[in-house]
Write a protein that binds this ligand. Structure first.
Ligand code: SF4
Ligand code: SF4
Length: 357
């Protein structure tokens, strides 16, 4: 069964970045330490901040993120605290290295999902994007988690570097025993904006850049070319998602391009999502995270609303291109006709299609 997951005020989603450090330096990483902080939250801070968002009145889904959240030595205690506070689901997003023996410090009844990031069906493509050795580590981490009885999901961030290889993912997911598959779309924020990974003196020693050049991408234009056209997206994504769902895997992918019959909605107005960073910033829109536009901030463990101008003032703007932030920061995915009218609207990045078994 395929359905569009409409935004709901009945549930909320809390994306909690407990640190920004990471052992990897992926090409498309959205973490921006200037904007998000370079600190790691202490356990008492994590617990106090969890209390701020644990609303008993509605279903609240919690996702622990980083950086790499398993680098935090107290992640297992944070998970236990979240469970005691009544969060309705708890997910850990990981690059698969699973530091601090995390799979042995918590049980499958304490965490709902370990979500592994894999950006290629092959070592060559994944390691070109995420760094040498990351494919093998991630696969080993998935196998270990499945063996120990945890529910697992895989997140695949689609860009021009790996969209063709997405078609090879369904058999791999089935073989690994994955429960959920999240297809995401590259956002032009964080590293893709810096675009320094192709410069001769860049510090991304782990990245094998030969694969990128083989793809014929000009270095200076890579930033724009990371995005995928509507034609390629619609040709590959829905069909591959259906294929991946055949063995009973739940598959979710962003709508991205709206058809004329689809209604545009901004999640900032109609949903309840919080993106929390260790410097205390709280955003409602992920596309705003490269800018000091957060609508709230946590100070002394209190959640405070910020005054003008912040992201919330953009959400009400009505433009023919759909999402305002997409128009502002990553408009290379838009197309216009000869009159200058957009050919289609771009959906909110949080609007998803979900295929259920
Ligand atoms: S995308 Fe994730 S795994 Fe990759 S560098 Fe960023 S935080 Fe680390
Ligand atoms: S991605 Fe666009 S539509 Fe979605 S919350 Fe942000 S500004 Fe609104």
């Amino acid at each position: 069964m395929k359905r569009t997951v409409s935004f709901s005020k009945e549930s909320s989603n809390v994306f909690f970045h407990i640190l920004t450090d990471c052992n990897l330096r992926c090409i498309h990483c959205y973490i921006n330490k200037e904007q998000h902080g370079s600190n790691s939250l202490s356990l008492p801070e994590i617990e106090a901040w969890l209390e701020l968002f644990a609303t008993k009145s509605k279903k609240t889904n919690l996702i622990f993120l980083g950086g790499e959240p398993t680098l935090h030595p107290d992640l297992s205690l944070a998970i236990k605290k979240a469970r005691s506070l009544g969060y309705s689901s708890i997910t850990v997003d990981t690059n698969g290295y699973l530091f601090n023996d995390i799979l042995n410090k918590i049980g499958p009844d304490e965490v709902d999902f370990f979500s592994f990031s894999l950006d290629g069906a092959t070592k060559t493509t994944n390691d070109m994007i995420r760094g040498k050795g990351s494919y093998d580590k991630c696969i080993a981490g998935i196998r270990d988690a499945v063996k120990k009885g945890f529910n697992t999901s895989v997140i695949y961030t689609v860009s021009s570097l790996n969209i063709l290889e997405l078609k090879m993912m369904p058999p791999l997911l089935e073989k690994l025993g994955i429960d959920r598959f999240f297809i995401q779309v590259i956002g032009i924020r964080g590293n893709p904006v810096k675009n320094d990974f192709l410069k001769p003196d860049c510090h991304y020693d782990d990245i094998d850049r030969s694969g990128i050049n083989q793809n014929g991408l000009e270095q200076t234009k890579l930033q724009a070319k990371l995005q995928v056209s509507r034609a390629l997206w619609t040709e590959i994504i829905p069909e591959t998602a259906e294929k991946a769902a055949e063995p009973g895997i739940i598959v979710t992918y962003p709508k991205v391009f709206l058809s004329p019959k689809d209604t545009f909605e901004c999640a900032g107005l109609v949903a309840d999502n919080y993106f929390i960073f260790p410097n205390g910033r709280v955003y409602r829109c992920p596309l705003c995270e490269d800018f000091p536009m957060h609508s709230m901030v946590i100070r002394e463990n209190r959640l405070i609303k910020r005054g003008k101008i912040n992201e919330s003032h953009l959400f009400k703007l009505n433009i023919p291109e759909g999402c305002v932030m997409n128009r502002l920061i990553q408009s290379d995915n838009l197309e216009y006709n000869a009159n200058g009218t957009p050919e289609f609207k771009v959906a909110c990045c949080m609007l998803k299609e979900e295929i259920l078994p």
